[in-house]
Design a protein around this ligand. Structure first.
Ligand code: CTP
Length: 134
């Protein structure tokens, strides 16, 4: 039987930390589905809209060899429904989410992977801003 892996994220201003988590998630199974947070969900969660709109973020992620399917994550509260709908066996999240998804261990195996050091979308945006101000 094939193992279906699922992960979630914004994947805005796509960077190498995103590549690393997606390739490692892919390596944990046979099929990788990625839930891309919608622009509205991001605004509600982080207080700002992503730089890249959701259609572009999902197109970038879907273009990767390690990704088999993408969908929009509209609500944080619907996580369990998404896991069931996409028939996930393994839920992969970065260690910044450690412990936060343990409640789903009754339906999936939950794996937290270490983040790639020293890179994030927020840092990249700040770096660009700083360069423009110099
Ligand atoms: N991620 C990672 N290593 C990084 C950055 C992100 O493994 N250096 C992982 C996160 O743990 C998450 C996924 O990539 O599972 C998507 O994260 P996302 O929040 O979209 O990226 P960030 O760069 O963390 O964005 P932000 O700075 O806006 O929080």
């Amino acid at each position: 039987m094939s193992t279906r892996v699922i992960t979630f994220g914004t994947f805005d201003v796509f960077h190498v930390g995103h590549v690393n988590i997606l390739t490692r998630a892919h390596d944990l199974g046979d099929h990788l589905t990625v839930g891309i947070s919608t622009d509205e969900l991001n605004h509600a969660k982080k207080g700002r809209y992503p730089v890249y709109r959701q259609e572009h973020r999902s197109q970038i992620v879907a273009s990767l060899d390690c990704v088999d399917a993408v969908f929009y994550e509209h609500s944080l509260e619907a996580k369990r429904e998404y896991l069931l709908e996409h028939r996930a066996d393994v839920l992969v999240m970065g260690q910044d989410w450690e412990g936060r998804f343990d409640e789903f261990r009754d339906v999936v195996e939950v794996v937290y992977l270490p983040r790639t050091a020293d890179i994030s979308t927020t840092d990249i945006i700040h770096e660009i801003k700083n360069r423009l101000e110099d």
